[in-house]
Design a protein around this ligand. Structure first.
Ligand code: HEC
Ligand code: HEC
Ligand code: HEC
Length: 410
């Protein structure tokens, strides 16, 4: 046998041995690997499901699956132990004659079979405290209590309008059944469109009545015909068409705190520094351009939802912009949550900052709200890379001169 043949043989032998050893190892580990793969699949399903839950279910079943009013809790041992098939059917088909809609595409809902399977996995294996954080971080925390009390003084006033009794009845119905999704005063929320809007109010009566009676399939807008009488639905239609006659504040938001997470508070702090501090001061103490927010009086008198509404809609006719055009609800709620953290230490009287907050180069031009300004870190990085590159070129050049071919000695 030639030397090279023997080397080839040896290499072949070693390679086979390595492959065999690898295979044995892999086979030995297979069950463990399968378990890990399955666990990872489950984890990613539950992760998707937390977002689906926030978008579709939290409004009725609560921030953390705890249930709201008559809507049952999903965080319970009965459901965790329930059989997969029953849960799937309940979610896919809904519960006839209750507020629980059908969710599967086959039944006119918005969710695929895979998404429903993910929600079933959440109910059986999920972590509800993580789900709660997801709902808050997405700005989809439901209004609890679900209903609001109409403002008594405005309610009286409405009674004096033509057909005031019908409007009063509708306001009461709206405050009980619709405010959680369509918002205080019909202003809309991240869940449902505004109803006090002229584009809705000018729709023909029978179109509005049909939407309220039959719902809007595949959305959170349920059919109300089994819950409300046709007279009540007509009253709601009248309210929507005549909303411009109803004074603002008739259906205020229930006074509920906006929930926060560590992540949302950090986001709120950053967004405040980027978008609000140049007018309201870095510590919210006010500047000549805008009033203080970090004072006892303001924080004690103004609920979270009221602050959210002011920030979203702005104050027309003043420099206070409407941030709803430029930020998501989640971002605005994060700022409100951050502003609320000032309350325990808020002074009785603010000490406004002269000339606005922050260093002058940040103050100069209004920035778009999500613009983080110039990214100094990126600039620094580019500059360092440039410096290192330049040093290398110069170093190389000097080195070349030193080691270069010597002039032959004459
Ligand atoms: C508009 C309100 C509403 C929404 C939105 C909603 N549900 Fe429901 N859900 C209900 C009500 C009300 C019931 C109780 C029905 C009954 O009385 O049988 C219910 C029941 C259930 C049940 C059965 C609970 C039990 O104890 O038997 C499950 C599971 C469920 N919902 C899951 C979901 C999931 C998942 C979503 C989101 C995809 C969702 N629901 C969205 C109102 C809602
Ligand atoms: C669980 C959330 C939810 C509740 C509660 C709810 N709605 Fe809705 N509503 C929606 C959503 C979402 C839409 C948008 C549907 C679509 O995109 O087609 C909607 C749409 C509507 C529309 C159609 C608006 C248009 O642009 O034509 C009307 C009218 C309406 N809702 C009235 C009501 C009334 C009245 C109540 C109370 C009795 C009510 N809704 C309760 C979620 C809700
Ligand atoms: C261009 C300057 C400017 C910017 C930027 C600005 N505001 Fe304002 N803000 C104002 C002014 C001016 C008022 C007072 C309006 C008035 O006269 O009622 C105000 C009022 C408010 C109020 C109501 C205060 C009260 O006492 O009733 C809140 C809350 C508020 N701003 C929050 C914010 C938040 C949060 C941001 C950042 C997202 C922000 N503002 C950015 C100028 C500004």
């Amino acid at each position: 046998m030639s030397r090279s043949a023997r080397v080839e043989l040896a290499v072949g032998f070693v390679a086979t041995a390595v492959i065999l050893a690898g295979l044995t190892f892999a086979i030995a580990r297979e069950p463990a690997r399968l378990d890990t793969a399955q666990a990872q699949l489950l984890e990613s399903q539950v992760d998707d499901a937390m977002t689906l839950y926030a978008q579709n279910c939290a409004v009725c079943h609560g921030l953390a699956g705890e249930g709201i009013a008559a809507t049952p809790a999903l965080d319970n041992d009965g459901l965790r132990g329930a059989d997969e098939d029953t849960l799937t059917k309940t979610i896919a088909r809904g519960r006839f004659d209750t507020a629980m809609p059908a969710w599967s595409l086959d039944d006119g809902g918005p969710l695929s079979d895979y998404q429903i399977a993910e929600l079933v996995a959440l109910i059986r294996f999920g972590d509800w405290s993580k789900t709660k954080d997801r709902v808050v971080d997405l700005g989809l925390a439901p209004l609890v209590p679900f209903s609001a009390d109409p403002d008594p003084a405005i309610f009286e006033q409405v009674g004096d309008l033509p057909d005031g009794a019908t409007l009063q009845k509708a306001i009461t119905l709206y405050a009980t059944n619709c405010v959680a999704c369509h918002g205080p005063d019909g202003l809309g929320t991240s869940l449902a469109p505004a109803l006090n809007d002229p584009t809705v109010g000018t729709k023909p009566s029978d179109e509005l009545t049909r939407t309220i009676s039959l719902g809007s399939p595949g959305t959170l807008m349920a059919a109300w015909q089994s819950t409300l009488t046709s007279e009540e639905i007509d009253a709601l239609t009248t309210l929507i068409q005549r909303w411009d006659e109803i004074p603002a504040g008739a259906i205020p938001a229930p006074d509920v705190p906006i929930p926060t997470t560590e992540e949302s508070l950090a986001l709120g702090e950053t967004l405040f520094a980027q978008n609000c501090s140049r007018c309201h001061g870095p510590e919210g103490q006010g500047t000549p351009r805008a009033p203080a927010l970090n004072v006892k009086g303001f924080l004690a008198e103004t609920s979270d939802l009221a602050i959210q509404q002011i920030v979203t809609l702005g104050v027309p006719g003043t420099p206070m912009p409407a941030w709803g055009d430029r930020m998501t609800d989640a971002e605005i709620q994060a700022i409100v949550g951050f502003i609320r953290t000032w309350e325990p230490s808020a002074p009785e009287v603010a000490t406004p900052v002269r000339g606005g907050g922050g260093p002058p180069w940040l103050r100069a031009a209004p920035q778009s709200p999500t613009d983080t300004g110039t990214d100094w870190r990126a600039l620094l990085l580019v500059f360092s890379v440039f410096l290192v590159g330049a040093a290398a070129v110069i170093g190389g050049y000097l080195g070349l001169q030193g080691d270069g071919p010597k002039q032959p000695a004459e």
